[in-house]
Design a protein around this ligand. Structure first.
Ligand SMILES: Nc1ncnc2c1ncn2[C@@H]1O[C@H](COP(=O)(O)OP(=O)(O)O)[C@@H](O)[C@H]1O
Ligand SMILES: [Mg+2]
Length: 258
């Protein structure tokens, strides 16, 4: 499958061939700009491939019913904020049926570690979340931190536990390492028994995936499980060793002279 954003743009994905086996977890890793999020957008049908096809159980995504596709997909995206909605509605974006079910919303928030924060807001889950403070009045919104927004995005994902394919694109990128570890432990439980596509810049969070695909400029440079990739001694092994020595970010690691 090939993809570029338009004829004027360069190829972002010049020939990607990837299978996501049912019931397994596939991880995508690679430098910023290597095309991982673009592949996610194609899976969600925000775009279609420029050449080639993406199939789900043999069915071309272009022929799939968009509503059915959306109901089978759960996604936590890298861009995770939604302002000017109540805290509850921000979570309900994950599954609008939950709007009528506060218990489900609160359970999802609790699992994502943001339940206490939201309960403690001036109007609890009905508090409006906004970009800025406007004043001190009753109806004014509340501004959350990046990490709290990230947890709301994860709570949205937890509402979609019945989705056949769960996509997590850098689900913990706004969090400190400890919170990141905690979120990934919760996500690992949620992932069990489902099909997952996990994107993370922190390799320690993908090491138990069934298949890890290393993206390099829109192509898959290496693939295998953690042990096989370490044994192969290629890019993944080099990045993993660098991160194990304390580099949190592959971009940082790539800047280190070999
Ligand atoms: N909407 C867009 N229009 C044009 N180019 C884009 C768009 N979104 C992303 N790109 C480009 O596509 C490439 C891959 O980006 P992305 O898929 O976000 O990579 P990653 O998620 O691996 O960091 C980058 O060069 C980026 O600038
Ligand atoms: Mg990305």
């Amino acid at each position: 499958m090939w993809f570029r954003y338009s004829d004027e743009h360069p190829w972002v994905l010049p020939g990607v061939d990837l299978t996501i086996p049912a019931g397994g977890t596939v991880a995508l890793v690679g430098l910023n700009g290597s095309g991982k999020s673009t592949l996610v957008k194609l899976l969600c049908r925000l775009y279609d491939p420029t050449r080639g096809t993406i199939t789900w159980d043999g069915l071309d995504l272009r022929e799939a019913d968009p509503a059915a596709l959306r109901s089978r997909l759960g996604a936590v995206f890298q861009d995770f904020m939604a302002y000017d909605l109540s805290a509850a509605d921000n979570i309900a974006l994950g599954d609008l049926r939950a709007r009528d079910d506060p218990d489900r919303i609160e359970a999802a928030a609790a699992r994502a570690g943001v339940g206490g924060t939201l309960r403690g807001l001036p109007r609890g889950y009905r508090t409006l979340l906004t970009r800025e403070f406007y004043g001190e009045g009753d109806d004014d919104g509340v501004v959350l931190s990046g990490g709290q927004w990230q947890r709301i995005a994860i709570a949205r994902g937890f509402l979609r536990t019945e989705a056949d394919l769960m996509i997590l694109d850098e689900p913990s990128s706004g969090l400190d390492p400890e919170a990141e570890h905690e979120i990934h432990a919760a996500l690992r439980t949620a992932r069990r028994g489902r099909t997952n596509l996990l994107i993370s810049h922190r390799l320690s969070t993908v090491r138990d995936s069934d298949v890890i695909a290393v993206f390099d400029r829109g192509r898959i440079a290496e693939r295998g499980d953690h042990a096989a990739l370490l044994a192969a001694g290629g890019r993944y092994a080099a990045l993993f060793r660098l991160q194990a020595r304390g580099y949190a970010d592959p971009a940082e690691a790539a800047a280190v002279p070999r």
